[in-house]
Design a protein around this ligand. Structure first.
Ligand SMILES: [Zn+2]
Length: 151
């Protein structure tokens, strides 16, 4: 399942990417271009009630909760999503690109020294160049997912 999130839903988009869902998000997308993403098979996530009726009913989900974590819970329940732990943290949270594993030798100088010496597994976003590693923030997100979604 693929998504597109409107400009009000940046944090929800980030959570969906953390779970591994392909989620387009741009703060500069016009309404027309946003709506056109439904034609690409993406489910539109929006807080804008004026968009209702402009795409097929199952192509748009109106997000009602204010809290991004609540939004995520609502969406998972509504769509009956079954997030797959094998896909968690597989996507760049900044630009939605799938991450690729890279050798520690390839990230010398690209991550702080204390990180490089303490970790063996790295992955890279080939779009923005950001390097990811299983750090403490990942453990925190993983716990949060368990608390919110029970997976
Ligand atoms: Zn990226």
């Amino acid at each position: 399942m693929r998504f597109a999130a409107d400009r009000m839903l940046g944090k929800l988009a980030k959570w969906l990417r953390i779970l591994g869902y392909d989620t387009l998000y741009s703060r500069t997308l016009s309404n027309d271009r946003f709506l056109a993403l439904a034609d690409e098979g993406r489910i539109l996530l929006s807080r804008n009630t004026q968009l209702v009726g402009k795409v097929a009913p199952d192509g748009l989900i109106l997000v009602e909760a204010n809290d991004p974590k609540r939004q995520l819970q609502d969406l998972v329940h509504l769509l009956g999503l079954k997030p797959d732990p094998d896909k968690f943290f597989s996507r760049c949270t900044i630009c939605n690109q799938l991450l690729e594993p890279v050798e520690p030798g390839d990230v010398v100088g690209k991550v702080p020294d204390h990180i490089w010496t303490g970790h063996y597994r790295f992955s890279e976003c080939k779009t923005c160049g950001r390097i990811y590693w299983p750090g403490s923030h990942l453990a925190k997100s993983r716990e949060e997912i368990k608390r919110l979604l029970g997976v």
